[in-house]
Ligand binder design. Structure first.
Ligand SMILES: Cc1cc2nc3c(=O)[nH]c(=O)nc-3n(C[C@H](O)[C@H](O)[C@H](O)COP(=O)(O)OP(=O)(O)OC[C@H]3O[C@@H](n4cnc5c(N)ncnc54)[C@H](O)[C@@H]3O)c2cc1C
Length: 471
């Protein structure tokens, strides 16, 4: 159907697809299909449906929850070739893209006309819009502008039996149930998006980025509460702690204040007069909360360097540790200082370092648990990461802010949702995919197996002989 050059079956090439960014989970697919159009995706999905073979969509594979981990013996549907921008409609503030378009390429296509695509995951240079839709991805600037779900107005989806449906379009709020809202964030379990209509927004008149250095994360957390409490809505408020600052300095030398225990990056945008007033107010609040230095980026180059430190923070961990595990949890903003203290206690108790870099304005934490797999610390890191998640839930937070549940946290779902909730999720999923072929084993747990398969993913013996399945 696709031509031999667009189907991968060589074992060594298949290995490239055995995991996403969460490399602790691996499985080698039977084959990888690289379709080039909705019709070709439909043909592949129909074949999988006919032969009852599980399949998973894959964008750039940067996911951090094992969402694109293949099903051993199943098919990976890579959307890498579907990377065209199909339409730019500035009058309607819409861009129509194929799913394999990289996030940043949308902004690049419209910035000369004074627009940008707002959701900006730190992986935006490579991660795809298809992956963003599946994960309902966020980013530093989602505090003000909203998440992916607020910027997708239309989808073409190939359902798990091969039927093609259109959800929404260029207009907002189509009649009927909000199926668009159901599919965005469903982590590739309800079908494959092949065409996506995005909302773009006007580039603000002025952007101002402030950097504030504090002795402690407590003081920086107090500044975050102060800013939000004052009724200021920055485009972004990001926090990094001492360990993350150290790694970022080694990797990209952004020039953060020496000796800081925490830095806050606060970006304000809008009309000039308002930004001036807000910037002065933010500075006063930071100083009042104990900032020993507040700096404003004076030009685009200085601003880009401040952001480079933040956006490279995950990768920078490679400078100070051999392995790291990214946790993703949410806490109510006002509980940030207390939860950060709890993370520190847990880090000490387990003897593993934890760096914190996160979307402070949203209360979306990304503790980076550093470990050395070669020294047998993998299991301890996993336990520590789980206890951090418990701390988030105990504080009234949530299991994931933006990286998704995937394979990684499916077993943690009962900690947040009741049995009834999970049953509803399962029924919704079955309505789209009665045979359970579309990205099986992700998001919704199968309680029987969850308790029996700890640690890195492996196929359960009952699954192998066909007596149990992951839903
Ligand atoms: C360094 C780094 C920084 C990151 N920073 C952020 C961040 O700031 N914010 C954030 O939200 N995430 C972040 N991420 C996570 C990741 O980049 C996002 O989840 C991203 O949306 C994944 O896109 P992808 O194209 O790589 O998707 P993949 O990893 O390939 O797939 C992710 C999920 O989407 C599904 N999928 C892919 N394409 C389709 C499609 N066309 N139709 C249906 N389902 C599909 C897959 O089946 C899978 O379940 C980061 C990751 C890294 C490595």
């Amino acid at each position: 159907m696709l031509g031999p050059e667009h189907v991968i079956t060589e074992p060594e090439q298949l290995r490239v697809y055995e995991s996403d960014g969460l490399t602790g989970h691996r499985a080698v697919p039977e084959l990888v299909a690289l379709p080039d159009s909705t019709e070709q995706v439909q043909a592949v999905v129909r074949a999988c449906h006919r032969e009852q073979v599980p399949f998973v969509a894959r964008g750039a594979g940067t996911g951090l929850s094992g969402g694109a981990t293949p099903f051993a013996g199943g098919v990976v549907v890579s959307l890498a070739r579907m990377n065209r921008i199909l339409e730019i409609d500035l009058a309607s503030q819409r861009v129509v893209v194929e799913p394999g378009v990289a996030n940043l390429d949308v902004t690049r296509a419209v910035e000369a006309d004074g627009f940008f695509y707002a959701p900006d995951p730190s992986s935006q240079q490579v991660c795809t819009i298809g992956g963003n839709v599946a994960e309902n991805s966020g980013g530093a600037h989602c505090l003000k502008n909203g998440f992916t779900v607020h910027h997708v107005t239309g989808l073409t989806v190939v359902l798990p039996d091969g039927e093609v449906v259109e959800l929404g379009g260029k207009a907002l709020d189509p009649d009927g149930p909000d199926l668009l809202g159901v599919v965005v964030g469903s982590e590739g379990t309800l079908g494959i998006a092949t065409r996506i209509t995005l909302r773009i927004v006007r580039t603000p008149e002025v952007v101002r980025t402030l950097l504030a250095g504090f002795d402690t994360t407590d003081a920086a957390g107090a500044a975050v509460s102060g800013i939000v409490g004052a009724g200021i809505l920055p485009a972004a408020i990001e926090m990094m702690d001492r360990l993350t600052i150290e790694a970022a300095e080694l990797a990209v030398a952004p020039g953060y204040p020496a000796g800081a225990g925490a830095v806050l990056l606060v970006e304000l945008d809008g009309v000039s007069a308002q930004v001036d007033e807000d910037a002065a107010h933010v500075e006063r609040i930071c100083v009042g909360a104990g900032a020993f230095e507040v700096r404003t980026a004076t030009d685009d180059v200085a601003r880009a360097l401040l952001w480079k430190g933040r956006k490279s923070a995950f990768a920078a961990m490679g400078r100070i540790a051999t392995d790291y595990y990214v946790q993703d949890g949410v806490v109510p903003r006002t509980r940030l200082p207390e939860v950060l203290r709890r993370i520190e206690e847990l880090s000490e108790a387990h003897g593993l370092r934890v760096g914190n870099v996160f979307h402070a304005g949203d209360g979306n934490l990304h503790p980076l648990v550093l470990y050395d797999a070669a020294s047998g610390e993998t299991e301890a890191a996993r336990v520590l990461a789980e206890e951090i998640l418990d701390a988030c839930l105990d504080a009234g937070g949530s299991l994931t802010g933006e990286h998704g549940v995937g394979m990684d946290k499916a077993c943690s779902m009962p900690r947040m949702f009741s049995e009834r909730d999970l049953e509803v999720f399962q029924r919704l999923r079955r309505a789209f995919d009665p045979e359970g072929l579309c990205n099986p084993g992700k998001v919704v747990p199968t309680p029987r197996l969850c308790g029996e398969v700890p640690g890195p993913h492996r196929i359960h013996p009952l699954e192998r002989i066909g007596l149990a399945e992951r839903l």
